[in-house]
Design a protein around this ligand. Structure first.
Ligand SMILES: [Zn+2]
Length: 328
């Protein structure tokens, strides 16, 4: 396990603990109210192991956070988890963690002795990312925003009227599984032509290969991006198709709820201009109605710690809401 201190917070500063739980890693952090990560822990997710081993790993991450002298200042704990999640029941069923189906994650973390009495707030990872980008990143100052994570999958979260919009079960804004190609490939979710099946890193890599791109080494989205930068036509076409699917999804969202910015993060977004140039081009074509014509898609501002920072933002907001209610 790596465990590393970064900057101490201001004396007496309030901190929020955060967990980011995904199929490859379980990360933990202590986060200040201005979104700075001051203590960080990370373990590999034993994704194929039984329920108990997985929970043990989560508790080890909490132990490592609680061992910090800063733990005293922690007011609440936020969890961003790979989905689907069910906030109404506090459970998660991450696609890439098969042993957890309707797993009571919020209660299991809340039962850790060090967490005792502190509120535990659960959210989906893409919603957490949206919260981070809205409070401390590229969507800051925007009342209505769509924040996407484009990597192994495609996830998204919505900011509406200045607030994170989670929906009844916490999955609102799940853009990866809207259909942008009605007769397209069947998707594991049961639908056809889902955005994720076209724009995710593995999907665009498969498409580049099908068009004749031949990788020098590993065939992944960053290798396709490198080839696209050298002018490889198959690689450029694969990015163009992914960008077009993303633009259609973003434009549909804009027409539906009038967002004024789309923030795009995740591994595929790190390809930079190879993605954002065709994305801007297709967005101008699909976002055609006068009220969405100004719409822009921009790179995320918070990088890979957005999930942790967002989980902390949501937990902080829940504490503030509770305090406001109790003082009324
Ligand atoms: Zn689907």
């Amino acid at each position: 396990m790596s465990s590393q201190r970064i900057d101490p917070p201001a004396p007496g500063g309030v901190l929020t603990a955060a967990l980011d739980i995904g199929g490859t890693k379980i990360a933990g952090a202590l986060v200040t109210t201005d979104g700075t990560v001051v203590h960080r822990v990370r373990r590999t997710t034993p994704a194929r192991e039984p329920v108990g081993t997985l929970l043990d790993t989560v508790h080890q991450v909490v132990n490592a956070l609680a061992a910090s002298p800063l733990w005293e200042g922690v007011r609440a704990l936020g969890i961003g988890s790979a989905g689907p999640v069910d906030l109404s029941r506090g459970t998660v069923s991450p696609v890439n963690i098969p042993a957890w189906r309707d797993f009571p994650l919020a209660a299991s973390v809340g039962a850790h002795p060090a967490v005792a009495h502190r509120p535990v707030v659960l959210a989906g990872d893409a919603v957490a990312m949206a919260a981070a980008e809205h409070r401390h990143g590229a969507a800051r100052g925007h009342g209505n925003a769509l924040c996407l994570v484009v990597s192994t999958g495609v996830g998204a979260g919505l900011i509406l009227d200045g607030r994170v919009h989670q929906g009844l079960t916490g999955n609102a804004g799940h853009l990866g599984h809207i259909s942008v190609d009605f007769d397209g490939e069947p998707c594991p979710c049961g639908a056809r032509g889902c955005l994720e099946g076209i724009a995710s890193g593995p999907a665009l890599t498969r498409h580049a290969l099908s068009l004749g791109w031949r990788p020098d080494a590993t065939a992944d989205a960053s290798a396709v991006a490198a080839a696209a930068r050298t002018g490889d036509e198959a690689a450029l076409a694969a990015f163009d198709r992914a960008a077009r699917a993303l633009a259609a999804g973003i434009a549909a969202t804009a027409a539906l709820v009038e967002i004024d910015i789309a923030v795009v993060g995740g591994g595929v977004a790190q390809s930079g201009e190879v993605l954002f140039t065709p994305l801007g081009h297709h967005l101008r074509r699909y976002a055609a109605m006068p009220f969405v014509r100004h719409l822009r898609a921009v790179p995320a501002g918070r990088g890979s710690d957005a999930g942790l920072v967002g989980a902390a933002v949501l937990a902080e907001a829940a504490v503030e809401d509770a305090l406001a209610h109790s003082s009324r």
